[in-house]
Structures are given as C-alpha cells and as structure tokens.
Ligand binder design. Structure first.
Ligand code: ADP
Length: 446
C-alpha cells in the first residue's frame, strides 16, 4: 500500500500531486532546492527535504539525493511529475531497485519512447500511422539527401533524443539540407549528448492533436479522448483545449481506439500521451510522452477523471476505476499557460509577485503554486500557473475564459496574461480555426 509519496518536482505540478495525495489520505514529502524553500508545495507537504543548491543539475536532477530523501522519510513511492527525471529510465530503475514504487510507466517503455527513432518504429509495428520519414536515423549528408528525395521537400530534421521543441530544422532544398543536417547534429550532441538525427516530411499546416491513454497492470486500457495543442510558440504549447474543434465523434473514437490498442500491445503501464500531427483528415504519430503532461487538466475537466489519482492507484496495483464505456466527454475545456514573461518578447520576468488575485466562479480551475509575496526564482522554467475553464459548449467555455482572464491579477512581474486576453479576441481562436503555425503568424503580424 502506498502511504507516503515523495514528490520529485517543484512548482504547480508538485502542488497538483500533493493535492491528489491528500484527497487519497496519502502523506507527502516535498523535496526542494535552496531556491524553493518557500514554495507552496513545500509549505503544504507533510515533510520536506532540501536536496541541494538552486541549479536543477545539483538538486531536482540528483537521482541519489532524491532516493536518499525517500529513504530517510520512509516514503513508499516517488512521483516525478513532468520534466526533470520524469522520462529518465535509469531513475525509474533506481527507484525500483531501492524497493520504492515509481509512479509512472515501466523503464523499458520510457527508454524506447525516449529514442524517437525507436518510438516511431515501435508505432509502425503497432499499426499506428506515423509521419513519412527516413527509415531510422540518417548518419551522413548523402543519406539525408537520399531520404529527402524519397519523402519530398520540405523536410524536418529532428534529434532522436530531442525534447521541448528543441533541435528541429526545416530544409526546403538539398543545399539547405546539407547545412541543416550538420547543425542539427552538432546541436543535438550539445543539448542531448547524442547526435543521432532523423528526417520527417515537414507538414505545412497541421494541427497538434494528442491522445491521453491510461492502463493498469491487469490489462485494462482506456483512452481519455484528445487534446488540441496547436497554439504553440517555438514548438512549445501555449494554450490547449479538449475536445479538438477539428474532430467529429467518429474520428475521435477511431484514433482513440487505435492508440488504446497500440498501448495494449506494448503492455504499457500508467498514463501516457501519444502525440500526432493532423492534416487533411489524417493522423501522423510524432512521439509518445511517458508521463503526466502539463495540459492534463483539460482532459480531467471533460471526463471528470483525476489522472494523478489514477496514476497513484495504478502504481499501487489497483485496477482502473472506470472502463472505456464509462469515460465521459462532457462539454469543453481550455487551458492557458501563464508564464512570468513579457507577453510579446517572451523574455522571462522572475522576481517578487506583489499582488495575486485568482479568478473564481463556476467551472474555473487555477493550478498554480504562486501567491502574493512569492519570489519566482530565475533558475527554472517560467510557468507560474495554468488557468483551466470548462463550459457546456465551446462558446460558453470561451466566454467564461475571457471573463476569468479579466478577473485574474498578478502584480510585480510581467506575465503572458495579456497575450491570452488578446488571443481570446481573435476570430480564428473563437472559431477554433488554427494550425501549429497560427500563433507565430499572429505574433509576426502584430
Ligand atoms: P519535442 O519532443 O521536442 O516536443 P515533437 O516531435 O513533439 O518534439 O514536436 C514538437 C512540435 O514540433 C509539434 O507539436 C509540431 O508543432 C512541430 N513538429 C514536429 N514534427 C513536425 C513535422 N513533421 N512537421 C511539422 N511540424 C512538426
């Protein structure tokens, strides 16, 4: 029985995990860096352990320190949240080797999905449609040219070990491809310690649509519909919604079942997300995230399922608390990521939050660990909260989100609240008519 969970993360997601634990009667241990001594999750957790100085490499990424903290406090399980060690197969193995439960998938699945070339191959084998691309990695410029010729320009060069939208290069000609392959390899080596790259058809106007799945150790697999995360800047999600305005129920059922069957075939355990690009009625797999995602609340809002609670139950050996037929899809939900950044230049704006007024009212959820008097440290990402709103229809959701954004006050630092306020006035956003390049075009025209 899991009775005490160590939360190996910080910020809003640490608080989110703490909340799920408390509602299950589970005790929590927060680990934190010296910069996060006054973090909300640290204040609320039953126990806390300082694991090192501010840089993540010396704290949130220190596997041995985190496991030692679990042993000292007598935690039974570790929830890694997202980012940091959440997709580190070696960490998952270490946790298991110390007799602790890793709240996440099996290490082998983390490992295979962490190598995007292997992941694509596994998906082809499982009958999932993928973006046309090179068969495996491309080692040399001439191999890249050969692959590009087969696929047809434009192509995208991607790092096998990539993540966070980094290290992608578009090439429209052989000449561009030569440079792109060389720089992509150098950058991938520097950023991920692995210079393997592969090539994909570059889709000109797709949407990013991802499917949430969850499975237990008893062979039960459910999909929890899709999220549309097409509003992105530099391949990073800014605004997400569920369901996607682009799909009808038959399309949603189809892709959900394809994903659920693939996950079943893999023997995958826990929560995961299969990401697809969607263009002209076709889905193309790009990657699978073997962890909880930032945007999981939109799915929770339309299904009424607490995904973190299910993750903990599954890790504890329990069966999923619902069957596929019982997964509801009620109304519509949208999430805005609120970052401490200038809303146009996106330069981070760390510092003291002087005023903080959360919006409220029906069907409004704010996942944030911020408060008035909280100092945002400069060492980590700039996400300070997620505003998630539900409505019976997409239109009701949009109107409610506008009103919630008007109510919200964050003083003392710059935030992207104004960007979201602007977005909610745009006809294309109101109509749900956008692709992955929409936001970049909008920002360029501004
Ligand atoms: P990462 O792991 O770095 O986030 P992904 O493979 O998930 O990389 O891709 C991130 C984003 O990059 C996608 O949501 C999409 O906007 C863009 N992208 C990825 N592959 C393609 C492609 N083949 N064509 C066009 N855009 C792509």
């Amino acid at each position: 029985m899991i009775e005490k969970v160590l939360i190996a993360n910080r910020g809003e997601i640490a608080l989110r995990i703490h909340r799920a634990c408390k509602e299950m009667g589970i005790a929590t241990v927060a680990v934190h860096s010296e910069a996060d001594r006054y973090a909300m999750a640290v204040r609320l957790a039953d126990e806390s352990v300082c694991i090192g100085p501010p840089p993540s490499a010396q704290s949130y990424l220190k596997k041995s320190q985190i496991i030692a903290a679990a042993e000292i406090t007598g935690a039974d399980a570790i929830h890694p949240g997202y980012g940091f060690l959440s997709e580190n197969a070696q960490f998952a193995e270490m946790v298991g080797a110390h007799g602790l439960v890793f709240i996440g998938p099996k290490p082998e699945h983390i490992r295979i999905m962490g190598d995007k070339i292997a992941a694509k191959q596994a998906m082809i084998d499982a009958g999932v449609p993928v973006v046309p691309g090179s068969d495996g990695g491309v080692e040399t410029v001439s191999a890249a040219k050969k692959a590009a010729k087969k696929i047809g320009y434009p192509v995208l060069i991607k790092a096998a070990a990539g993540g966070g939208g980094r290290g992608m290069k578009v090439a429209r000609t052989d000449k561009e491809l030569e440079n792109a392959v060389r720089t992509a390899k150098t950058e991938a080596k520097a950023a991920f310690g692995d210079d393997a790259v592969y090539i994909e058809k570059y889709l000109e106007r797709p949407r990013h649509i991802e499917i949430q799945v969850i499975s237990d150790a008893h062979g039960n697999v459910c999909h929890l519909w899709e999220r549309d995360c097409s509003i992105q800047r530099r391949h990073q999600k800014v605004f997400e919604e569920a369901p996607s305005p682009a799909l009808n129920q038959a399309q949603r059922d189809d892709i959900g079942m394809i994903v659920a069957r693939a996950v079943e075939k893999m023997g995958y355990l826990g929560a995961g997300t299969m990401e697809f690009l969607y263009e002209d009625g076709q889905f193309y797999f790009i990657e699978m995230n073997t962890r909880l995602q930032v945007e999981h609340p939109v799915t929770e809002m339309i299904t009424g399922i607490d995904i973190v609670r299910e993750q903990i139950r599954i890790a504890d050996g329990a069966k999923l608390s619902f069957s596929q037929d019982e997964v509801m899809l009620v109304g519509h939900a949208i999430e805005c990521r609120i970052n401490a950044e200038n809303p146009r230049s996106f330069v981070p704006s760390p510092g003291m939050i002087t005023d903080f007024h959360p919006p409220g009212g029906p069907d409004v959820r704010l996942d944030s660990a911020a408060y008035a008097g909280y100092r945002i440290p400069p060492h980590y990402d700039s996400l300070i909260g997620k505003l998630i709103v539900h409505g019976r229809t997409r239109n009701e959701c949009v109107m409610r989100l506008r009103r919630a954004l008007q109510e919200m006050v964050v003083g003392g630092v710059e935030t992207t609240l104004d960007l979201h306020r602007d977005l909610l006035e745009q006809k294309d956003i109101i109509d749900g008519d956008y692709d992955i390049h929409w936001l970049e075009r909008f920002l360029a025209d501004d």
